[in-house]
Design a protein around this ligand. Structure first.
Ligand SMILES: [Zn+2]
Length: 346
């Protein structure tokens, strides 16, 4: 080997070593949380199932997930859709948006509240800022500037996503606030609603909370709680999930109360965080997960559900036509029932 070719070989070896080192540093794997995956936060993966079977928590976790009742569409949402169809057939009053207890209107305006909560024993990572949370929710008022975020189109913000998904029918804005909880996080594990109630009571002293009830149904439009500290895994409190809190505590001189509550585990600067709150907001609107938590195994042969790109299945893409029909976003002339011949019903 000549000196020149020896040098060339050394350079090639050095290049290979660099490439291998870079490959090891890149996130090829599938971290449990914090990286983009193909499932919604409500979906149990094979890896999680195996881990929870091993540590004996699987059944309790499935039971917790099922207790959120996100495996079926809201009964109120179905009633509203049926009422709308009857109205389209001329056999009932027009009922969109109706007065069912959604908390958040699916058509019209919504003004949501984001809480970024630290605990004496848990703080946020440096890049997990209030601005990052505001950026994934959207503007504070119509046409207000949104802090630069990291979530790519079409998940750049809750507001932009739902404006497009609803064909301009749902106009969502929101405001975010920091709150430091009084107690360590474990204090709230058995009753996360009490954490939100504590934060709302404090906020009620300085803010007019009634502005977070855009549809004036006496229920706050969705409250998003981004909590500090590590998540505790699928099917547990300190994870990303949605529930109807129906807290009787009244705020702002008795005019509003807590209703829909979304917990967000993800770092707000992670692009997955926007997709997570977009998915959870589907539940806020009354939409279900389109699979069963009990039979879903991520990669297994017993997949359940609609098994396609959908915000309530794979946490990606748009909401499907059935969902859009349920929430009242389809133009009347394009819905199957209203395209039928309008014969009189007995
Ligand atoms: Zn879900």
């Amino acid at each position: 080997m000549t000196t020149a070719s020896a040098h060339q070989s050394i350079r090639l070896c050095a290049l290979l070593i660099l490439v291998c080192a870079a490959a090891l540093l890149l996130p090829w794997g599938r971290p449990a949380l914090g990286a983009e995956t193909d499932g919604s936060p409500c979906m149990l993966t094979d890896e999680q199932r195996a881990a929870y079977e091993a540590d004996g928590t699987l059944e309790a976790r499935i039971a917790y997930q099922e207790s959120l009742r996100n495996d079926r569409p809201s009964e109120g949402l179905i009633s509203q859709a049926m009422e709308r169809e009857r109205a389209a057939q001329g056999i009932g009053a027009y009922a969109v948006p109706s007065n069912w207890s959604s908390g958040t209107a699916s058509v019209g305006a919504a003004h949501v509240l984001g809480l970024r909560i630290t605990f004496p024993d848990h703080q946020f990572e440096e890049n997990d800022t209030l601005d990052a949370l505001q950026s994934i929710i959207g503007p504070k008022t119509q046409n207000a500037a949104v802090p630069a975020g990291t979530s790519p189109f079409p998940y750049e913000s809750l507001s932009a996503y739902y404006y497009r998904a609803s064909y301009g029918k749902l106009s969502l804005t929101g405001e975010t606030f920091d709150y430091a909880a009084k107690y360590e996080r474990d204090y709230y594990t058995n009753n996360p609603k009490s954490l939100v109630a504590e934060a709302l009571a404090a906020l009620d002293e300085s803010e007019d909370l009634s502005r977070f009830d855009a549809n004036e149904d006496g229920k706050l439009d969705a409250v998003y709680v981004h909590f500090a500290g590590p998540d505790t895994g699928w099917g547990s409190v300190w994870w990303s999930n949605e529930s109807t809190a129906s807290d009787p505590t009244l705020y702002e001189d008795g005019s509003v109360r807590l209703w829909n509550m979304v917990l967000l585990a993800e770092n707000s600067s992670n692009s997955w965080a926007a997709r997570t709150i977009i998915h959870e907001t589907g539940h806020v609107l009354g939409l279900p997960d389109y699979y069963s938590a009990r039979s879903q195994t991520g990669q297994g042969s017993d997949h359940s559900g609609i098994l396609t790109f959908d915000m309530m299945m794979q946490n990606m893409g748009d909401h499907n036509g059935y969902s859009k029909w349920l929430v009242g976003w389809l133009p009347e002339e394009k819905t199957p029932a209203s395209s039928r011949t309008k014969t009189a019903y007995p």
